[in-house]
Design a protein around this ligand. Structure first.
Ligand SMILES: CN1c2c(nc(N)[nH]c2=O)NC[C@@H]1CNc1ccc(C(=O)N[C@@H](CCC(=O)N[C@@H](CCC(=O)N[C@@H](CCC(=O)O)C(=O)O)C(=O)O)C(=O)O)cc1
Ligand SMILES: N[C@@H](CCS)C(=O)O
Ligand SMILES: [Zn+2]
Length: 773
């Protein structure tokens, strides 16, 4: 019996975000192509060396990407829409980054939420979330007459590059069926999956070239196998892998992750591949069925180390569970559950973490060490790693018994929650009357979503403050000036309900996590969100509570400089949960309720301070939906309840807003309705208000701000087009229900875009008021 430690993918941004610095310098014209490619090469070499040093036997290549691995695949197979073709050779950086970002050149990578950056001459491709992660990929675009050809040979180039450095790697490629299932076509009714027969020869060509370059195994990622699939998709798997099996001399490790194969297990096990990777962290229960159904000669890769979270693995528990099965087959691979792309790189860089909490954590580099130890223990017996096991058991015990993770008061309070906590006192119809009497707003009130541009100056000031180069008084003075300027400008252009601009916030989740008990923060724990943009997800290690008010002082200052209503601005519990690394020793649901209580306290303090309107953003509520539909309702029920707990403590006349900068509401509209926010702002501008239909069909009774300004594009919308959108909205919903706002916050935009756009938005509201009155 042999057990081999394999990795499925390593983060590519570099321990100090070297890739971000390099690509942004290239985009800004401050570095040339050779400099960028040189940094990329050095990062790859360091990553391969690191994995070898950690004792990983199967090291991936082609997991590196300058922007996104799905985009790499699209370019590789020649799925380059015509608009980009004139910009350079198919394998040029010009075409690649145009697809990623559009062609308008500028020195920042303006981008936000679910869209991004540049429009300009040529728009970027659409971007969306990679399964249920906070990583975003570029959506492949195909047409009914799509042709495919191997346009780049990056997997082969990187395999050779690694070999020249002494590493025999296992190239990773995104499988053809998942790639097609993620693809979209502008042609109505066209199913990209029908292109499979045309795509397969390109994959076969690639596999042949990898073999000729010396590769023996290729990891082919098919995460779509953990989704609810149609019979057609399952049939596509059978024909695709039947065809690829004809390529001689190369073995495929079919990698599935992010969940159980479930009803696709039979299909997966029937495929003529040499290996199958299964996620046993998200879906440990599938082990028995996989073992029972797998051909004797199928190499199983067991995903044992969590690639989606940062907790140290319990090595003894893993040995207890997996030792007994080791003799059942001649060989196993063990691996992280999925690529380590979704974890920060190296815990060793964290010098400021509480040592106790740090002892409970493993980032990507540490996960490789765990994997390697586990491999040794499973192959040779646990005595060979006895010292390491003892140390690991100490950490696991330490975390389990630590008073840091348990706060009796929080638990008692959460246990006392009753239905009343999640119910506003009066129904919406009564509340809205009280709110209108108090707020006295015009028809179609104007507002924005919260943030104003996070300029280089703002980021520099924060960075200087963090480093101790700018004292707190100086930093706060600077922030007050920025805030006051933004408020005066909103008054000047005639916005009705104001925001303070969020200049004091580094990130809408991190900012709250930094102030809540039960959260820890990394200094260098960056995780790629999209392209060069990264986030540092907070780490929720203990029971969550709010030691003191978090936003009241800033709100108070902002309200003190204007008579108009200033929104209290909070991130909601579900979004804080979904964008954090969450403790794994209690249910997400339980943790979310604790966060909800903390936000409820903040809501009530804002109300007591005089806030008439409080916005609780739930930008990540939808993306938290489980991958399988059967699990949706349970999630939606507790997510909605948490939001309601956070919001429902206020008096009838206090208006609660929520914001969701996405647009697919059809399938979850009942839950959106159940949130019972007085006002919801959503993204609708790009769909030209069509996405309001879900609200119309549902007869949504509360107020809605359908976004009229696409903040993902630097294009400045005209008064006329925003007015037309409002009229369209007014035809679908009562004008009395409508608010006027952009699709999302403006933090990633520039003032020079924001100013004319908001002036035009206010004019559009005035015109629409006259038309709809
Ligand atoms: C809305 N989105 C968000 C998601 N997740 C979140 N947690 N937050 C979100 O807002 N998921 C979905 C989308 C993803 N979209 C984005 C959009 C934008 C970014 C982004 O801009 N990231 C920044 C980092 C943001 C941040 O934390 N900034 C800090 C630190 C800034 C920094 O790097 N400082 C430098 C010094 C800077 C200087 O001197 O000029 C340093 O520390 O070295 C801050 O502002 O204080 C990015 O740059 O990648 C991410 C996801
Ligand atoms: N209030 C936040 C929400 C972003 S989703 C902002 O305006 O940036
Ligand atoms: Zn938003």
């Amino acid at each position: 019996m042999s057990v081999t430690a394999a990795n499925l993918g390593f983060p590519r941004i570099g321990p100090r975000r070297e890739l971000k610095t390099a690509v942004e310098a290239y985009w800004a014209g401050k570095a040339d192509e050779a400099q960028l490619l040189d940094t990329a090469r050095r990062l790859r070499a360091a990553t391969w060396d690191r994995q070898k040093a950690a004792g990983i036997a199967v090291i991936p290549s082609n997991d590196f990407s300058l922007y996104d691995q799905v985009l790499d695949t699209s370019v590789m197979v020649g799925a380059i829409p015509d608009i980009y073709r004139g910009l350079g050779a198919p394998d040029s950086l010009a075409v690649y980054f145009a697809m990623a970002r559009g062609t308008r050149t500028a020195d920042d990578d303006a981008g936000c939420a679910h869209g991004h950056g540049k429009g300009g001459d040529v728009p970027a491709q659409e971007m969306t979330k990679w399964f249920d992660t906070n990583y975003h990929y570029m959506v492949p675009e195909v047409s009914p007459d799509q042709g495919f050809a191997l346009a780049t040979a990056k997997p082969v180039d990187h395999f050779r590059e690694a070999r020249a450095l002494g590493h025999h790697t296992r190239p990773v490629i995104l499988g053809p069926v998942t790639w097609l299932l993620l693809a979209k076509s502008k042609a109505e009714g066209f199913d990209p999956l029908s292109l499979l027969p045309r795509l397969l020869p390109v994959y076969a060509d690639l596999l042949g070239r990898l073999r000729d370059a010396g590769a023996d195994w290729v990891q082919i990622d098919e995460p779509a196998l953990v989704l609810d699939l149609s019979d057609a998709a399952r049939a596509a798997y059978v024909s695709a892998y039947g065809e690829l099996a004809k390529v001689d001399g190369i073995k495929l490790m079919l990698a599935t992750y992010f969940g159980a194969l479930g009803d696709n297990l039979k299909t997966a096990l029937s495929l003529p591949v040499a290996g199958l990777h299964v996620d046993l962290v998200r879906a440990p229960e599938q082990l028995d069925a996989v073992l029972a159904g797998a051909r004797k000669d199928l190499l199983l890769s067991l995903g044992l180390i969590d690639g989606r979270n940062i907790w140290k693995a319990d090595l003894t528990a893993l040995l207890d569970r997996y030792e007994p099965i080791m003799k059942s087959r001649s060989a196993f691979q063990i691996a992280p559950s999925c690529s380590l792309l979704h974890t920060p790189i190296d815990l060793a860089l964290e010098t400021k973490l509480d040592p106790q909490v740090k002892d409970w954590l493993a980032f990507a580099a540490q996960k490789l060490e765990e994997l390697s130890l586990l491999g040794l223990g499973l192959s040779n017996g646990r005595y060979v790693i006895s010292d390491e096991l003892l140390a690991n058991a100490d950490s696991i015990q330490g975390r389990r018994n630590s008073p840091l993770t348990n706060d009796r008061k929080v638990r008692d309070r959460a246990a006392r929650i009753t239905g009343d906590w999640a119910r506003r006192k009066a129904p919406f119809a009564d509340r809205i009357k009280a709110q209108q009497a108090r707020l006295n707003l015009p028809l179609l009130p104007t507002t924005t979503i919260g943030s104003f541009p996070q300029t280089a100056e703002v980021r520099k000031a924060r960075s200087a403050h963090d480093k101790g180069e700018l004292d707190t008084a100086g930093y706060e003075r600077f922030l007050r000036e920025e805030t006051a300027r933004a408020i005066a400008w909103q008054e000047e252009i005639g916005i009705d309900v104001l925001v303070h601009g969020e200049f004091e916030r580094n990130d809408m989740v991190q900012y709250f996590g930094e102030q809540l008990a039960g959260f820890a923060f990394s200094r260098a724990g960056w995780v790629q969100s999209y392209g060069s943009r990264c986030v540092r997800p907070p780490i929720i290690y203990g029971d969550v509570s709010r030691p003191k008010p978090m936003t009241v002082a800033w709100w108070h200052y902002a309200q003190s400089v204007t008579a108009r209503p200033m929104k209290g601005m909070l991130t909601g519990p579900v979004t804080i949960l979904n964008w954090s690394f969450v403790r794994d020793d209690q249910s997400r649901e339980e943790t979310c309720r604790q966060i909800a209580l903390a936000i409820r306290d903040e809501v009530l303090d804002l109300e007591a301070a005089g806030a008439r309107i409080i916005q609780i953003d739930e930008a990540a509520l939808r993306e938290g939906l489980p991958l399988r539909r059967a699990d949706w309702q349970h999630y939606l029920d507790w997510a909605v309840e948490s939001f309601r707990i956070s919001a429902a403590g206020v008096a009838d006349e206090t208006q609660i807003h929520t914001h969701m900068c996405y647009s697919e509401f059809n399938e979850i509209i009942d839950s959106i309705g159940a949130m019972d926010a007085d006002v919801i702002s959503i993204e609708t501008s790009r769909s030209k208000m069509e996405l309001l239909d879900a609200f119309v069909d549902y007869a949504y009774p509360n107020e809605i701000g359908p976004g009229v300004y696409d903040i993902h594009s630097p294009r400045i919308p005209t008064t006329r087009e925003m007015e037309a959108l409002l009229i369209k909205a007014g035809e679908r919903l009562s004008a009395r229900q409508l608010w006027v706002n952009p699709d999302c916050g403006l933090k990633t935009r520039k003032w020079e875009d924001v100013k004319p756009a908001l002036v035009a938005m206010v004019d559009a509201a005035k015109a629409a008021r006259a038309a709809l009155a």
